[in-house]
Design a protein. Structure first.
Lengths: 184, 145
């Protein structure tokens, strides 16, 4: 009982001194300025937010091409842009090129198809070759992980079984369709 | 057209290969039409004017990969699938153009391709509209439209 009375007296004294000393207690900010090691925050003025404009992200692909040129084999049975095909050719043989820039992933691809020859004698076989791929009715190559395709050679070749397997005199023009897809 | 590579096989088999034209380029975004209403952006980063045609193509699936058929849908069929104006435009060097579109029949898969004749090549950049069934179901071989 005596101990309880003694404890309560001590508690009331502490409370009294605390109320008297409270105006003298230093605010945390001042404590921070006196004691660099202490954790404190100082705020001057109001918060200022910084906003950024919206960004619209869309999948996109830009395809660039440059023309090649074709020539005809001396026996007239082949028109091509690829000088690696055997035989003597007349004309300047040069690959076209295809390149692409995109923000796509490596699932995206560029496809070349529909090799077409217009001229006096129709082609009975039409093929394309894109990059290191083989000859075929179409060719495709994936874009790199960075979404780009460096300038890649594109060749065409045409043969005929018409007119005794010979392309007749006239003007011949080659074309193909190049398409970019996101592959999804 | 001097930029086209051509072979002139005249008397005595005289052939002429014309020099290559400078690179042409054409860009399009987005490549996936995710909303029934949206905008298509077309750009010409090259140094020459380009003529663009916007055409709707059926989807062809080959070896699990979707691409556009070679032949576009007739205009009357295309207009039932998507509203887009204009469908022919000319872009000057460095120019871009934004066109609003509205998918009219969301139940059909198709490609909306910008088509540009660039010398030897017909260049297409294609944006795909996928129906709800196509988005959820596995790809099937053959034509989807």
């Amino acid at each position: 009982m005596h101990l309880f009375v003694l404890f309560m007296s001590f508690f009331s004294i502490v409370q009294s001194y605390r109320s008297l000393l409270s105006p003298l207690l230093l605010p945390p900010a001042l404590i921070g300025s006196f004691c660099p090691g202490a954790r404190a925050q100082v705020q001057v003025g109001t918060n200022q937010g910084v906003n950024f404009g919206q960004a619209l992200i869309n999948s996109a692909c830009t395809v660039s091409t440059s023309d090649g040129s074709i020539g005809v084999r001396a026996n007239r049975n082949l028109i091509t842009s690829d000088s690696a095909e055997g035989g003597n050719f007349t004309g300047t043989l040069a690959a076209g090129t295809v390149s692409a820039v995109s923000n796509l992933s490596s699932t995206s691809f560029v496809k070349v198809d529909n090799p077409t020859l217009t001229g006096t004698t129709g082609a009975t076989s039409a093929q394309v070759k894109l990059g290191s791929g083989g000859w075929g009715s179409s060719g495709q190559v994936n874009l790199g992980a960075d979404g780009t395709l460096a300038a890649t050679p594109l060749h065409v070749k045409f043969s005929t079984t018409s007119n005794n397997n010979r392309f007749a005199n006239g003007t011949y023009t080659a074309s193909a369709t190049v398409s970019c897809y996101d592959g999804l | 057209m001097p930029s086209l590579p051509r072979v002139v096989a005249g008397l005595g088999l005289v052939l002429l290969g014309l020099p290559s034209a400078p690179a042409l380029a054409f860009g399009q975004a987005p490549l996936s039409l995710s909303d029934r209403k949206g905008y298509l952006q077309l750009s010409n980063p090259s140094e020459r004017n380009i003529q663009l045609n916007l055409r709707v193509f059926p989807v062809v699936l080959q070896q699990g990969r979707a691409s556009a058929d070679l032949t576009p849908l007739p205009p009357e069929q295309a207009e039932q699938l998507i509203r887009l104006r204009p469908t022919q435009l000319r872009l000057t060097p460095g120019a871009s153009r934004t066109l609003p579109y509205t998918v009219l029949d969301p139940s059909r898969d198709f490609f909306l391709c910008g088509v540009s004749l660039q010398g030897l090549f017909t260049v297409r950049v294609c944006s795909r509209w996928r129906s709800a069934a196509s988005r959820s179901g596995p790809a099937k071989a053959g034509k989807a439209l």
